[in-house]
Design a protein. Sequence first.
Length: 522
Amino acid sequence: MIIFQGKKYFISPNVHFKKSVMDSPNYEYYLFVNYKTIRIKDAAGIFFEYLIGTEIIEFDNIVSRESKVLNQSYQSINSVLLKYFNLFSDYGWLMEVDNTEIIWDIAKHTYFTQNDGKYYAMNLLYKTVDLISEDIYYILKNKNFTDVNSQMLFQLYTRKYLENTSLETDYTSFLKPPNFKVVSLIFSYDCNLACVYCFEKDNNIKNIMRNDTFEKTIKYIDNLAKENNVLLVFYGGEPLLESNKEYIYRVLQDFKDNSRILFRFITNGIYIREYIKIFDIAKSKIVEFTITIDGPEEVHNSKRISKDGQSSFNKIIDSVCLLNEIGYRVSIRINLSKDNIEHQLELIEYLNIIIKNKSLMRIEYHRVEDKKNLDYQPLSYLDCYQLYCMVKNKSKIKVEFCLPIINLLNNISENENEYPIIEKIYCGINLNRVIDVDGKVYSCNEAMGIEEFYIDNVEHSFQEKHADHVDYKKCKSCNFYLACYGNCALVNYFRHSANSEKECDYKQIENVLKCYLNDRRK
């Protein structure tokens, strides 16, 4: 904290930071401001460390101290540090304060653990990971800060394991800004496959969107795109059936020149060739095709069964390769369960052989879940994480896993100094609009027909209601919140409806974190 011309200054609450390395004499910091990461070091880092320091010190005394340490003149040091004071002030990064009290507490999203004789501290928001001493571990565990020297407390503070609760911290600046409204279109529930895990198998496949509802849907999308960027997702059922061709043609034709609208297809891939000319209408606006392949041929065909008894695997592979050669981006979705997990390495090796343009391809894993069946046990987080690590290291195609804990650890490993982000919820449910065949609009693409997820109707002029998905305050205060985001809203809904206690994945997350820390040591 700095005293300048009789006033005390500290860093503004909207400026977040972390030191690059713990217990290091360097002055390299990463500042996180307005969704940008700014790296500072050398003289700027020196000034910043005094600004956030626990010592209250006059600006002139800082200049005198640093001129001796650096063996430079008082005037030159004064000129440099004054430049940074003015810069920080101009940027709005300084805050005048009266309260100089320090009340240490464990920072939000911090985890510390003992693992195989080693001690670790992590902050899941700031993506810091450090090997710490046994003494520091027990200081954090017992919150016993009175007998610790101030320099060590400051080091823990700069790596975001401690926070001064007497000063305001603005975590809202970490909330992810919305990029798109995601609108999924369901023209019918009809499908040419009979997948064993399909959650839509109980829906009436004979229901097809009427022409008048379709016209209202077009108008609804047009109105939505006047104030929002919109990602239109063709969904189902299977969207690329012959019966849907006219509707898909109209949507692409009507919105191909709308700069706010992009397109995505979630399809089983059987009828890609039959639709190629229609895709060409808006080729530059189609961001991705998502096509499911659950394993090598025999495994895939046992899970994704064609209604006419024919193998679907070869047809899908042909479609994926065609799209890849033409230049479309494709996400291969793999629905993972106990039945196919042991076959994944074989599948990954096969895909890496047949895919020519790997930069246009990604592989996206999802756990198979039966969200209505509260007794169903999907694969554990640890099983998923270990598989992810194995296939990622073997694949030249990008591999992702749709579990928050795995995404989080991947970010820590690969993007540790990027701007920290807090998602508002487990998935994009707050940005989703799923337009059902009857024109009703829902917030979840697995919750059609459930009143609690109903938010609008295409006949209305955005008089939408915000569905109450049971907000668990206990989850948001948990240090593992960023690793699960309180779990799936639909799963929580079914548990709440059954008067069942909300399932907590704390132990599962901890198992994954310990595995990650072990891997990090190797």
